[in-house]
Design a protein around this ligand. Structure first.
Ligand SMILES: *[C@@H]1O[C@H](CO)[C@@H](O)[C@H](O)[C@H]1NC(C)=O
Ligand SMILES: *[C@@H]1O[C@H](CO)[C@@H](O)[C@H](O)[C@H]1NC(C)=O
Length: 801
């Protein structure tokens, strides 16, 4: 213990004060610690203390010290806390009086209490909070709380420390009254975005030994300042939108961020384009940056948009970005077909590759959606040719024939290559104009017309008809009779043709016996320019009428003299007496002759061959039979009505000529004929002479004519149609012939000679049905017969029955 005893011999203030002594002790000494040897220091005897009943007197202080009278020591009675005893003052002293009695004396003792470092510096609060804007500039000061230390002097607060020192430094100001003002100075700018909360520790230390310290926490909240602008994640955004997308479609989302906090970091988006085109179509959601469609988007109007988007925070800081929107085409436009020029009529003789129509195609879409192909229907004589881009021409591709198709509806269809493809079509109507490229055509390759002879002139025979496939005037057909001659006479004197109607009229009355047929050509000519024509042969066949009666050639009916056929009395049954020969200049049935016995002296003796006119005996001749036999034979043709002729045949049944003569001499005196003898004779003479002459003339002329006709027939090689009249079929069974033949014979000598010839001919004749060769065959045989008798100017004509 470091005790310091100060002894002051002081002049008494009062009489009773004898001395003054002072001690200095540290505070906080334990009880009973020695403060000072007061008896010694005051020079008092220990006994005196006892006798003087020395005691301590304090005015107001508690009893900190006590007096040990036995040893004369002043002891610590109670722990002395300097800070409690004299908190304010630096010098702290305890004044005590020691009072003695007998005699009264008192002594003043001053006990100086020395400070001991028993208190650490303390802060009033153990933490401090600051809110400092990050925008605070360096050098900014913040006053901190001072630390207190109950100790005094050197034990008082001596220094401060602040940790960490990143942003702040301490500044201590020692002011006049010894306190230290503590300040914190910003040395480095704050950044809320890096560190929002900063904790610091302020430590205060005193100067005692051992040193003591106290701490205080400083919490700094860095307040945000709008020191960060919004930043877009990309400076350029790209987006693709298909045209015709509905309104409200989100095209893209732009995004910006702001490091600031709160309203300083709250971003609003806007579009800054000044052109309406963008603003009418796009809108940005100011909160989330979604760019929406608010208008119609049409690729054909704009294919590309550049949208400037601005992001701004509440503090007015901004960033901008560009949004490039490409519009994607949709096949929403049909191809448009424009007809640039067209002809409505094309001639059927148009050359190949004649351009009929030119077409221009437009499709507003692009690429495949705008690639257009056009085509027309199949089986048309036209094709579509494409020349340059989107230009088509419709040209003729093959020959056009108005007669096959007079008009065309050509549908041109154009479709693009989009998916789905769009197409449109147009129908072109094309008329084909006529060219005179077809001749009139007759219905048949040749015609045959039939007319019955003895017609009235002007009778219409026939109508020819030709058609022309062309149109209108080119198809107007006129009929013209072509010049030719018939038997040396112009054909126009036979027939005429009506130019308009093609009706053929007979100009004259025809006689079958003169002309059986003839032919001519009729030309049909159209009205085109130049006209086209064709012709046809018309053959007119004149049909026979039964206008001629049969004519009997044999026996010749002479006027005066009697001619009789001789039959010997020895004649057998079937003896050929004679043959009635007759001709009919008509033909066919009209010339088929039949012979009948009309009257006879003795009907039982003779018969007449129905077809051949042969008169034969039908029984043996007896002596009773009259010498003179008179037969009347009627010759009829088969016409309708039939015509006939009669002939009288005288037959003498006798063995010798004188017998006949004698018989015939009185024949005239025959009673049977006496009545009309004169009349008969005159009549017979007249008739016979007339008939003979007529017959001769007719026969000669007919023969000449037939000879000529047969020449024609031979050359034309026309078929002779075999014809069997029903009544004349071989039903008799009497003859040797397979068929019945009718011969026309014209000769001047004896008819009997012909009999053997008939047999020859008949036995050789074979029916040949080939129509083309029949006539020829017959003719060959006839000619052969002629050759058999070269001296005879005979003509034989054979008919097949
Ligand atoms: C073309 O069309 C018209 C009118 O539609 C019609 O009268 C005509 O018959 C058509 N022609 C052809 C060849 O189809
Ligand atoms: C009649 O037509 C034929 C072909 O059918 C032709 O050869 C001839 O020349 C024509 N005659 C006339 C006079 O036109």
């Amino acid at each position: 213990m470091n005790r310091q005893v100060l002894l002051f011999i002081a002049l008494l203030y009062q009489n009773s004060v004898f001395g003054q002594v002072s001690y200095s002790i540290p505070e906080e000494m334990s009880r009973g610690s020695l403060v000072g040897n007061i008896a010694h220091d005051l020079g008092l005897d220990i006994r005196r203390l006892v006798t003087g009943k020395a005691r301590i007197y304090t005015r107001n202080s508690d009893d900190y010290v006590e007096l040990n009278t036995e040893k004369g020591f002043l002891l610590v009675k109670e722990r002395i806390d300097r800070e409690a005893l004299c908190p304010e003052t630096v010098l702290c002293a305890l004044d005590v009086q020691i009072i003695l009695e007998n005699p009264m004396e008192f002594y003043s003792v001053t006990i100086h209490i020395k400070d001991v470092n028993d208190n650490a510096p303390t802060f009033e609060k153990n933490e401090m909070k600051f809110k400092i804007s990050e925008s605070a500039i360096t050098g900014a000061k913040f006053v901190l709380q001072r630390a207190m230390d109950l100790d005094q002097g050197i034990n008082d607060v001596k220094n401060y420390e602040l940790k960490p020192t990143d942003h702040f430094a301490l500044k201590l100001n020692h002011n006049a009254n010894g306190y230290i003002n503590v300040e914190m100075v910003l040395q480095k700018p704050l950044d809320r975005e890096k560190q929002e909360q900063i904790s610091l520790v302020l430590t205060a230390v005193d100067g005692g030994e051992p040193q003591m310290s106290g701490t205080m926490l400083i919490f700094i909240t860095v307040l945000d300042a709008n020191d960060n602008a919004p930043v877009f994640t990309q400076s350029t955004y790209k987006a693709l939108v298909t045209e015709n997308s509905p309104r409200g479609t989100v095209v893209a989302t732009v995004s910006a961020s702001d490091a600031d906090h709160g309203s300083n970091g709250k971003i609003r988006y806007s579009i800054t384009n000044t052109f309406d085109t963008v603003r009418k179509v796009f809108e940005v959601n100011d909160e989330n940056g979604e760019v929406l469609l608010i208008g119609d988007i049409d690729f054909e109007k704009s294919r590309h948009f550049e949208i400037n988007v601005l992001a701004s925070d509440d503090g007015g800081l901004t960033d901008s970005c560009k949004l490039i929107v490409d519009v994607q085409d949709v096949n929403d436009n049909k191809p448009k077909i424009n007809i640039m020029s067209k002809s409505t009529v094309v001639s059927e003789d148009a050359r190949l590759n004649t351009v009929v129509t030119m077409i221009n195609i437009e499709d507003l879409d692009s690429e495949e959606n705008g690639n257009v192909k056009c085509f027309i229907g199949e089986n048309l004589p036209f094709i579509l040719k494409t020349t340059t881009n989107n230009f088509y021409s419709l040209v003729t591709d093959s020959e056009i024939d108005r007669e096959k198709a007079s008009d065309y509806n050509i549908t041109v269809t154009c479709s693009d290559e989009g998916s789905p493809s769009l197409s449109s079509s147009v129908t072109l109507t094309l008329q084909i104009s006529d060219v005179n490229d077809n001749s009139p055509v007759f219905e048949g390759s040749s015609y045959e017309a039939y007319i019955v002879e003895n017609n009235t002139p002007g009778l219409s025979l026939f109508t020819v008809n030709a058609r022309d496939a062309d149109w209108n005037q080119n198809a107007r057909v006129s009929y013209i009779l072509e010049d030719s001659s018939v038997n040396g006479v112009p054909v126009s004197s036979y027939v005429s043709v009506s130019a308009d109607s093609g009706v053929i009229h007979a100009v004259r009355s025809f006689d079958y016996e003169q002309i059986k047929d003839f032919h001519f050509r009729v030309k049909a000519q159209d009205g085109g320019s130049p006209p086209l024509s064709s012709n046809v042969t018309v053959k007119v066949l004149i049909q026979d009428q039964n206008d001629n009666p049969p004519q009997v050639l044999y026996p010749v009916q002479t006027g005066g003299s009697l001619v009789a056929e001789m039959v010997p009395r020895s004649a057998d049954v079937g003896y050929l007496v004679t043959k009635v020969v007759a001709v009919d200049v008509d033909s066919g049935q009209n010339a088929w002759l039949s012979y009948k016995l009309q009257k006879a002296t003795d009907r039982a003796l003779f018969e007449v061959g129905l077809q051949n006119g042969e008169i034969r005996t039908i029984r043996g001749v007896t002596d009773k039979d009259a010498v003179k036999q008179r037969l009347t034979v009627i010759v009829e043709d088969n016409g309708q009505p039939s015509r006939s002729a009669t002939v009288i045949v005288n037959v003498a049944v006798a063995d010798s000529f004188p017998e006949v003569l004698s018989e015939f001499t009185d024949y005239t005196q025959d009673k049977e004929y006496n009545d009309n003898l004169t009349f008969y004779l005159v009549l017979a003479l007249a008739v016979v002479s007339f008939l003979f002459i007529t017959c001769l003339v007719v026969i000669i002329s007919v023969k000449i004519y037939r000879w000529r006709q047969s020449r024609v027939l031979y050359h034309s090689n026309l078929p002779v149609i075999p014809y069997y009249p029903p009544r004349y079929s071989d039903t008799l069974g009497t003859g040797t012939l397979q068929h019945v033949y009718n011969y026309e014979v014209c000769r001047t000598n004896d008819s009997r000679k012909s009999d053997c010839k008939f047999g020859t001919v008949g036995s050789q004749n074979v029916l040949i049905m080939d129509p083309s060769s029949t006539g020829t065959m017959q003719r060959i045989q006839s000619e052969k017969n002629i050759l058999d008798e070269p001296d005879s100017p005979l003509e034989v004509r054979a008919f097949i029955c």
